[in-house]
Design a protein around this ligand. Structure first.
Ligand SMILES: Nc1ncnc2c1ncn2[C@@H]1O[C@H](COP(=O)(O)OP(=O)(O)OP(=O)(O)O)[C@@H](O)[C@H]1O
Ligand SMILES: Cc1ncc(COP(=O)(O)O)c(N)n1
Length: 271
């Protein structure tokens, strides 16, 4: 039977991040992708122009529809927008035992724009994080969660341990994509026992929109297939690096990664 993964996240009209990135990533990993939409963004490679929330009940009903009929092997959350939606998501996670659960605590985009309100940040910390198998903050999100400034590898080590110690999560991956050039591609992982640096080749591109969504979706797909967490993360990092190598130069700003890179390289070589 094909594994099934669920993403609970927002829509990116530009097709680079959010639900669109998640479903493409699930498909690449031969996992059937299901979704519960939380909000619709009017967004392109230059930024987010508008956000419309779905009602919390609409989010809950989408999750119920998927869980009661199809069943889910692994779930991820992305942009949850507000505390009312988060409250419903937590209730659904509990009701349907949505485990393993990858929480990408989408708060600030890589460009530095805040994507959810302050109440929602508190709700994430206090109610959703305790259910997470792993949380995957980027540098800015780790700064919000710790109150620390993060610029160096040592500061990433401090942050990942502080998040683990203070927020009651099972495992944390702090991502380095928005650090200075020599640290892009370097993430730091802690699960209370092992502190690990996960490093891949640094890809020199400005088209990085959606890397965080893609990474957490790939981790979720690998977990849906039954991999252990660290193997799932390592495989997901390799996928993101490959997708970055074929990132798309579209729009006037930051283009998305090439989720379907084997097809891209094939079509390019046919030209
Ligand atoms: N230039 C790069 N080369 C290699 N890996 C990268 C590069 N940029 C980001 N990554 C990797 O991509 C993954 C996502 O990290 P990043 O810090 O970009 O997340 P994010 O800010 O949440 O992403 P986004 O908000 O753009 O969706 C991490 O594993 C990171 O190491
Ligand atoms: C709907 C949605 N979800 C997540 C992100 C974060 O991704 P990024 O930091 O690349 O903008 C986003 N921009 N939009």
């Amino acid at each position: 039977m094909i594994p099934v993964a669920l993403t609970i996240a927002g829509s990116d009209s530009g097709g680079g991040a959010g639900i669109q990135a998640d479903l493409r990533t699930f498909a690449f990993h031969c996992v059937h992708g299901t979704s519960a939409l939380t909000c619709v963004t009017a967004q392109n490679t230059l930024g987010v122009n508008r956000v419309d929330a779905l009602s919390p009940q609409a989010v809950a009903d989408q999750i119920t529809a998927v869980a009661e009929d199809i069943g889910v092997q692994a779930t991820k959350t992305g942009m949850l927008l507000n505390s009312e939606i988060i409250q419903q998501v937590v209730a659904q996670v509990e009701q349907w035992h949505l485990q393993p659960l990858v929480v990408d605590p989408v708060m600030v985009s890589r460009t530095g724009a805040q994507l959810i309100d302050d109440q929602a940040i508190t709700a994430l910390r206090e109610t959703l994080f305790p259910h997470a198998t792993v949380i995957t903050p980027n540098r800015y999100e780790a700064e919000i969660l710790t109150g620390l400034k993060i610029q160096t590898l040592d500061q990433m080590y401090t942050a990942v341990q502080q998040i683990y110690d203070q927020l009651g999560v099972k495992a944390v991956l702090v991502k380095g994509g928005s650090l200075e050039a020599s640290l892009r591609g370097t993430d730091v992982w802690f699960d209370g026992k092992q502190l690990q640096t996960l490093q891949t080749e640094i890809i020199n591109t400005s088209h990085t929109h959606g890397t965080g969504c893609t990474l957490s979706a790939a981790i979720t797909a690998n977990l849906a297939k039954g991999q252990d967490l660290l193997t799932a993360i390592q495989g997901a990092k390799t996928y993101v690096t490959q997708a970055l190598q074929f990132s798309l130069s579209i729009g006037q700003g930051q283009g998305p990664v090439g989720h379907f890179f084997p097809l891209l390289s094939q079509s390019q070589s046919l030209l």
